[in-house]
Design a protein around this ligand. Structure first.
Ligand code: PEP
Ligand code: MG
Length: 572
C-alpha cells in the first residue's frame, strides 16, 4: 500500500504513530410504538437515572485526568440531566412512541436543527447530545456493549465524538484521534488535551480513506495524517515526538520567571477564557489575570436561559477558579454567528455586521440588566471589571454604562455588599471606534483590542469563511500601520490597552504587536507557554527598528521577513 497524506485541521498538538481503530456508533433496532405510556415513561426515567450514575462512575474512574476533564464531564453530565432534553423525549412518549423511538426522534430533530447553525461551539454540543442519545439507548435496551478493545498504540478514527465516547476507550492505549468533523473548542478536543493525545479534525471523507488496522501517523502540529507511512516517515515522526517532549518541558523557573523581553521590557500576559476549566493556568504561569472572559460561552453550552441565580453561580465559579486573580468579564457577545437558539433567532442577511454584541444587550435590556446584576452579586467584596463587545459609537458605551450605574445604585439602596471597585472597558473591534478613541469619556477605564473582528472589518473579509482564511494577512503593512495608529491614539488618550484577539497568542504575530508598542497581551491557555518563551528571547529594540523600517514600504505580508528576523535572533 502506498503512503497517503491527508490534510485537515490541527485540534490538539503532538505527533503519534499507531493503528487505526474505527469508532462506529451503534445502530439501534427500534420498536416504534408503545401502548402503555406510563410504563414507557418509567422506563425512560430509570434509564436516565442509570445513565447519570454510570457517567458519575466514569468521572470517578478518571483520577489520572486533570481537573479540566472533570469540568468538561461535569458540563456533559449537566446536559445529560437537562430537563429540556428529557421533556422533549417524554413528549414523544406521551404521543405513543416507545422510549427508544422517542429518543431517536429527538435526536433526529436535534441533528436537523444544529446542521443549520454555523456556530462551532453549538455544533459541538451536537456531538455531546449524539453521544448521550447513544448512551441512553444503551441503557434502555440493555445493550451495554463496551467500546472495542484497543490494540497498543491505537488511533481512533471517527466522524465525530463526544467526550464520554472518547473516555469509553482504554486511555492507556489511546495515542491519537482523527475526526471527519470537529473544531478546536470541541469537548472531545479539550479532553484529548487533558489526556495529552494529538487530534486532527476536519478531514473530508476520512472514513472512506482509512480502514481498521491501517498504520497511521497523526500530526497534530500541522494537521495532517499519513496512512501506511514509510519506515523513514515513521522514524522521522518518532524523532519529532522526542523533540516535542523536549520543547514542551518548561521548568519551574521558566513558569515563574518575570515576563520580560531580552532587553528587560516587561510584558503583561493574561488569559482568555470562557469556561472555568480555562482558568487553571493562571497560577501555573503566574499570569496577570483573565484579560477576556467570554460570558457567552456558558450560555451557549446550555439548552435553557440561565436565570439570575444560575448566572450568579456561573460567575461565582469563575471567581473561585480565578482565586484572587482579576477577571475581566465581557458582557454577552451574541448574535451574528453566535446564536443562542433558546433565546431568539436572528435572520441577519449579513450576520457579522448585524445585530450582535452590545447592540443586542441595549435592545434587550432585561437580559442585560439581569447579567449585570448577576455579575455584581458574584463580585461582592471583589473588584469587578466589565467589558462591552462590538461598541461602534460612544453613545452605546454611555448607555451601557448607565445600566451599570443603575444596577450599582439599586444594589446599594438594597444594602447589598458591593464589589470593591468597578472598571469598565470597551472592545476596540469596529473601525468607527478607532476614530473615537480621543473622544472617549473619562470613565472608560481600559480598551481591549479585538484583532479578530477588527481585521475582518478592516479587510471586509469574513473571519469564518475558509475561502478567505489565507487571503489577507494580519502581518500586512496596511493592517500593522493601522494597529500602530491605534496604539498611538490610546497612548495619547492615556488609556491602557490590552490585545486579546488571536494575533496576540501567535508568537510570530505577537513580535509585531510588541514592536508596535503594545505591552499587554491576553491569550488562550494553549498559547501561553510558547508566547512567554518567545518574549524572554526577544530583543525588543531590534524588533522595533525592524518594524519601523518595514512599515515605510508596502507589503501584503511581513510574515517571511519576520520569520527571518526571528531566526536570526534565535527567537522561535
Ligand atoms: C476579537 O474579535 O478579536 C475578540 C477577541 O472577540 P471574539 O473573538 O470573541 O469575537
Ligand atoms: Mg470580537
Amino acid at each position: 500500500m502506498l503512503a497517503q497524506t491527508l490534510a485537515g485541521t490541527a485540534l490538539n498538538a503532538g505527533v503519534s504513530v499507531g493503528i487505526a481503530v474505527i469508532h462506529r456508533p451503534h445502530v439501534w433496532r427500534e420498536t416504534t410504538l408503545a401502548l402503555d405510556v406510563k410504563a414507557e415513561s418509567e422506563r425512560l426515567k430509570t434509564a436516565i437515572r442509570e445513565m447519570i450514575e454510570a457517567i458519575d462512575r466514569l468521572v470517578g474512574a478518571t483520577p489520572l485526568i486533570e481537573k479540566a476533564t472533570h469540568e468538561v464531564l461535569a458540563s456533559y453530565r449537566m446536559i445529560a440531566a437537562d430537563r429540556g432534553w428529557i421533556r422533549k423525549i417524554q413528549t414523544y412518549i406521551q404521543k405513543g412512541l416507545s422510549a427508544e423511538a422517542a429518543v431517536q426522534r429527538v435526536r433526529r430533530h436535534t441533528r436537523e436543527h444544529y446542521t443549520h447553525i454555523g456556530d462551532n461551539i453549538l455544533k459541538e454540543r451536537l456531538a455531546d447530545l449524539e453521544d448521550l442519545a447513544s448512551r441512553l439507548l444503551r441503557h434502555l435496551t440493555g445493550e451495554h456493549g463496551n467500546a472495542e478493545e484497543l490494540p497498543e498504540s491505537a488511533i481512533l478514527i471517527a466522524h465525530n465524538l463526544g467526550p464520554g465516547e472518547l473516555l469509553d476507550y482504554d486511555r492507556r492505549f489511546l495515542k491519537g484521534v482523527v475526526l471527519e468533523e470537529g473544531v478546536h473548542s470541541a469537548h472531545v478536543a479539550i479532553v484529548a488535551r487533558a489526556l495529552d493525545i494529538p487530534v486532527v479534525g476536519r478531514i473530508p471523507f476520512l472514513l472512506t480513506h482509512v480502514n481498521k488496522g491501517d498504520k497511521l501517523i497523526v500530526n497534530g502540529e500541522d494537521g495532517t495524517i499519513t496512512i501506511a507511512p514509510s519506515v523513514q516517515a515513521i522514524q522521522e515522526a518518532r524523532e519529532k515526538i522526542v523533540h516535542i517532549k523536549k520543547t514542551q518541558s518548561f521548568d519551574k523557573d521558566f513558569y515563574h520567571a518575570p515576563c520580560k523581553t531580552l532587553d528587560s521590557v516587561p510584558v503583561s500576559l493574561s488569559l482568555n477564557g470562557g469556561l472555568p476549566v480555562d482558568l487553571n493556568l493562571l497560577e501555573t504561569f503566574n499570569l496577570e489575570g483573565v484579560g477576556l472572559y467570554r460570558t457567552e460561552i456558558p450560555f451557549m453550552m446550555r439548552t435553557t436561559f440561565p436565570n439570575i441565580n444560575a448566572q450568579i453561580e456561573i460567575y461565582q465559579e469563575v471567581f473561585d477558579q480565578a482565586n484572587s486573580y482579576p477577571v475581566t468579564f465581557r458582557t454577552l457577545d451574541i448574535g451574528g454567528d453566535k446564536i443562542i437558539p433558546y433565546m431568539w433567532r436572528t435572520s441577519d442577511e449579513n450576520p457579522a455586521l448585524g445585530w450582535r454584541g452590545i447592540r443586542v444587550s441595549l435592545d434587550r435590556v432585561n437580559f442585560f440588566s439581569q447579567q449585570l446584576r448577576a455579575l455584581m452579586r458574584a463580585a461582592q467584596g471583589k473588584p469587578l471589571r466589565l467589558l462591552f463587545p462590538m461598541v461602534s459609537d460612544i453613545s452605546e458605551y454611555q448607555k451601557a454604562r448607565q445600566y451599570v450605574e443603575h444596577e450599582w445604585n439599586h444594589a446599594k439602596e438594597k444594602g447589598a455588599l458591593l464589589p470593591t471597585s468597578l472598571s469598565c472597558g470597551i472592545m476596540l473591534e469596529v473601525p468607527s471606534m478607532v476614530e473615537q478613541v480621543e473622544a472617549l469619556p473619562k470613565d472608560v477605564d481600559f480598551i481591549s483590542l479585538g484583532t479578530n473582528d477588527l481585521f475582518q472589518f478592516f479587510y471586509a473579509s469574513d473571519r469564518t469563511n475558509p475561502l478567505l482564511s489565507d487571503r489577507y494577512d494580519v502581518l500586512s503593512t496596511p493592517f500593522l500601520r493601522y494597529l500602530e495608529r491605534i496604539h498611538a491614539l490610546c497612548k495619547k488618550r492615556k488609556i491602557p490597552v490590552n490585545v486579546c484577539g488571536e494575533m496576540a497568542g501567535n508568537p510570530l504575530e505577537a513580535i509585531a504587536l510588541l514592536a508596535l508598542g503594545f505591552r499587554s497581551l491576553s491569550v488562550s491557555g494553549s498559547a501561553v507557554g510558547h508566547l512567554k518563551k518567545m518574549i524572554l528571547k526577544l530583543p525588543l529594540k531590534e524588533a522595533e527598528a525592524f518594524m519601523k523600517k518595514a512599515l515605510e514600504t508596502y507589503s501584503p505580508s511581513l510574515r517571511s521577513d519576520l520569520q527571518a528576523f526571528a531566526k536570526k535572533h534565535h527567537i522561535l
